[in-house]
Design a protein around this ligand. Structure first.
Ligand SMILES: C[S@@+](CC[C@H](N)C(=O)[O-])C[C@H]1O[C@@H](n2cnc3c(N)ncnc32)[C@H](O)[C@@H]1O
Length: 252
């Protein structure tokens, strides 16, 4: 799945309306960081680095790591362009202490359903352990993930189409989540019109559908003492049967 995101870095970077997304998600993080007195934050699946840059803009010591080198390169380029000081590294969220050193950050985030890309349940558990390891005592982790118990029931979920540009051409992107037993396949379908037809590319990444209960269990095993679940960044209460998303806030 590294290849998947590595190859789609340029598309991923432009397929979300980032400003609107950051405006929607930002107040949650601002309040949380303020409440916990957080001054340093690591985004451990930073993608193209948009959240890390936003955190730096707020005056935090921000850092980002990601398994895909192209994502890290895109994040570094954006930071340079913005004149922001953010350290980015290529690293898996299953090896954070080796990459960043223990007890280094006040907060760690893992957003955009990234933890699901861990190949096995053991990797999900390990990633939570690594997040705990790079946090200072009293530090806080935020994990955003889909509510896989709900999505898995559906068998097939097609997300709303997104628009992007590729080589100057308009591209329509569809994300299909297809549940097949222990794994959910994410198919990313990119369709670009050309004269007389449509060029279509499909890439697939397997995802680990770790449900909310197991995630909480892994967080507790990873030595997080307080674990809270929300249905979104508006802090709506999490309902296992109805919520589409899970925002896990775990403090050491
Ligand atoms: C869906 S994107 C999310 C990016 C960003 N956090 C966001 O919210 O938009 C998932 C990211 O996770 C990264 N990723 C996949 N496996 C990883 C791993 N083991 N460690 C760190 N990053 C990983 C991918 O390269 C990709 O950039």
């Amino acid at each position: 799945m590294t290849t998947f995101f590595n190859d789609f870095t340029a598309l991923y970077d432009q397929m979300f309306p980032w400003e609107a997304r950051l405006r929607r998600e930002g107040p949650f993080f601002q309040r949380l960081f303020e409440a916990r007195g957080a001054r340093s934050v690591l985004d451990c699946a930073c993608g193209p680095g948009r959240h890390a840059l936003e955190f730096a803009r707020w005056g935090l010591a921000a850092a980002g790591s990601d398994l895909a080198p192209n994502m890290v390169a895109a994040a570094e380029a954006r930071a340079r362009e913005a004149g922001a000081v953010v350290e980015f590294r290529v690293a898996s969220f299953t090896e954070l202490a080796a990459a960043w050193g223990p007890a280094r950050f006040d907060a760690v985030v893992c957003l955009g359903n990234s933890l699901t890309l861990a190949p096995t349940d053991a990797d999900v558990a390990r990633a939570l352990g690594e997040m705990a390891a790079v946090l200072k005592p009293g530090g806080v982790a935020v994990v955003h993930i889909f509510n896989w118990d709900k999505l898995a029931e559906e068998g097939l979920r097609i997300m709303p189409a997104l628009a992007a540009k590729m080589d100057g051409r308009d591209v329509t992107l569809l994300r299909l989540f297809h549940h097949r037993g222990e794994v959910i396949d994410l198919h990313l379908v990119a369709m670009a019109r050309r004269e007389g037809g449509v060029d279509t590319q499909i890439q697939t990444a397997a995802q680990r559908p770790v449900g909310p209960d197991r995630l909480v269990e892994y967080a507790r095993t990873a030595s997080f003492a307080e674990v809270e679940r929300y249905a979104g960044y508006d802090l709506a209460p999490f309902d296992p049967a109805a919520s589409e998303q899970l925002v896990l806030v775990a403090a050491k």
